[in-house]
Design a protein around this ligand. Structure first.
Ligand code: SAM
Length: 276
């Protein structure tokens, strides 16, 4: 199988990917902002809008790393739930503002029962994520689990939504990860994947090539002192299957109504599928 510019055995790939993320963990967020010029934030917001979680949603975010999808999910469900509660309270007209304020003191209440399980194979990435959760005041509605996307430590039919953002291309056997996603989702559950994809505009494609191969490893060296890891990231993006091929892989895992949406000329795509 591939690892960056090298060909390595399947057994070796997992270990090498682990080393990359162990090495980049501390600088991961800064590098994401630098490399994508902040656009990764918009892509992640769009993933949440597409998900549009209903109150009580049980989300599994695989390769959840430093918590970017999880925190967005909690913000989204909290805002949605509070809007609904306020509308209901106003309609009832018989609660004082003190009583309304009291209702929002309990963070668990304000999530409407929604919960996110963040699963990642890398201890260092999870450590940074937990630190961010503390700093951001995220206490309720989330849990962190060390685990492999190819062998998820969860029972069957457990989650409403499964997300994986910029994670699946790092997995050695993508087909196994997709089968696991299918297994842990409840019937009716949704699979959503945000991943780099194939650029569909020739001009953007040319600029993107220069940027990826000539700028990103240099930024990696300057900011994180780690040329090789960022070279791997660029190359792993190139080796990931294009939109249609990935769609077929998702279908092969048993998902139905599989669709995808290109963002920023296909630099990334969101694939969606349902377990029906
Ligand atoms: N989802 C986060 C985001 O969008 O910012 C992190 C993405 S980061 C590029 C990729 C993550 O995938 C890393 O945290 C890495 O540890 C994780 N990862 C790689 N292989 C994995 C596997 N087999 N199972 C679970 N996580 C894995």
């Amino acid at each position: 199988t591939h690892f960056g510019f090298e060909t390595v055995s399947e057994e070796e790939k997992g270990g090498k990917v682990y080393q990359v993320f162990e090495s980049v963990a501390k600088k991961y967020d800064v590098m994401n902002d630098m490399m994508s010029l902040g656009i990764h934030r918009v892509w992640k917001d769009l993933l949440l809008w597409k998900m549009h979680p209903f109150p009580g949603t049980q989300l599994l975010d695989v390769a959840g790393g430093t918590g970017d999808i999880a925190f967005r999910f909690l913000n989204y469900v909290q805002a949605q739930h509070q809007r609904k509660q306020k509308r209901q309270l106003r309609a009832q007209q018989n609660l004082s503002w003190e009583e309304i304020a009291k209702k929002y003191q309990n963070e668990e209440d304000s999530l409407g029962g929604s919960h996110v399980m963040i699963c990642d194979i890398n201890k260092e990435m999870l450590k940074i994520g937990k630190q961010k959760a503390c700093a951001g005041g995220y206490k309720a509605g989330l849990d962190w689990v060390l685990g492999d996307a190819e062998e998820l430590p969860f029972d069957d039919d457990k989650f409403d939504v499964y997300t994986i953002a910029f994670g699946i291309r790092n997995v050695t056997h993508i087909d196994r990860a997709l089968q696991e996603a299918h297994r842990v989702l409840k019937p009716g559950g949704r699979f959503l994947c945000l991943e780099f994809s194939q650029v569909n505009n020739p001009l953007v494609s040319r600029l993107y090539d220069v940027y990826s191969f000539q700028v990103i490893p240099v930024l990696g060296e300057i900011i994180a002192g780690d040329w090789k890891s960022y070279q791997y990231l660029v190359e792993s993006i190139r080796q990931f299957p294009p939109q249609e091929e990935f769609k077929e892989m998702i279908e092969d895992a048993g998902f139905q109504k599989v669709t995808y949406e290109n963002l920023t000329s296909g630099i990334v795509a969101i694939h969606s599928g349902f377990k029906l």
